[in-house]
Design a binder for this molecule. Structure first.
Ligand code: 5RP
Length: 231
């Protein structure tokens, strides 16, 4: 895990504000989850309060829903808005092809569902999230049906993962979908994310993985040199 740098908070705020400017009148907007996505939601809320009229929003977590609602953003669900114009979210790692590891906050399943329902997925982050190879800083979170947890763990270990059942506050972490998360560390990083993701999805009992591949179209990155777009 990377060390917290207070400067990162400023960069997150800057990318949140830059991302909010990508939202235009009458768009349907997907809201990500996490501290960077929160900065986007706050900035979007300020724009809505200043007169931006978005058609609606869909949130990837209860926390983002609550924050957005408190800012006056009209949040609905995928039944109301099955197709979104834009989805904006953070990431734990971003490689040069805009392949991502996501899910440190535990919202990966809903994040991937909302991202895949959007015409455009923009990932926002500070420079600490940029990596040359996925998997060296963060494990890949794998969301698993509780009934299958032990056989799935064995099959993940057979793929070379060092597996930890996610805990929070001393308790087994349960997702908003009532599943568990197995964090899968790959000590040498992930040489071929596409093949690994296919192997993970082939395990019965795996619901979703935190590998977001060929999904993000653009990255808005904040750092010491200001805000940059990668696409
Ligand atoms: C939550 C996520 C987050 O987007 C990811 O963990 C980045 O979070 P932060 O912006 O707080 O670093 O995938 O499930």
């Amino acid at each position: 895990m990377t060390q917290h740098d207070p400067q990162q908070d400023i960069w997150k705020q800057q990318v949140g504000e830059a991302a909010a400017k990508l939202v235009e009148d009458n768009m349907i907007v997907g809201l990500g989850t996490g501290s960077t996505a929160n900065q986007f939601i706050l900035a979007l809320g300020r724009r809505v309060q200043q007169g931006l009229r978005i058609a609606g929003a869909v949130s990837s977590s209860q926390a983002s829903h609550d924050l957005a609602t408190s800012m006056g953003i009209p949040v609905a669900d995928l039944d109301t808005y099955p197709e979104l114009d834009i989805y904006i979210d953070g990431a734990d790692e971003i490689d040069p092809q805009l392949q991502l590891i996501k899910g440190a906050g535990g919202a990966l399943l809903r994040e991937k569902i909302v991202a895949s329902s959007a015409r455009r997925f923009v990932v926002i982050a500070d420079t600490s999230k940029l990596v040359q190879r996925l998997g060296l800083l963060f494990p890949v979170p794998v969301e698993v049906v509780p009934f299958a947890i032990t056989p799935v763990r064995k099959r993940l270990e057979a793929l070379g993962a060092v597996v930890t059942t996610r805990q929070r506050a001393g308790q087994t972490f349960i997702t908003e979908n009532q599943n568990l998360i197995l964090d899968c560390a790959f000590p040498d990083g992930i040489a071929d994310p596409v093949t690994l993701n296919a192997h993970l999805h082939a395990i019965v009992g795996v619901v979703e993985t935190g590998l977001f591949l060929q999904m993000a179209k653009q990255a808005v990155i904040g750092g010491a040199d200001g805000v940059h777009i990668i696409q």
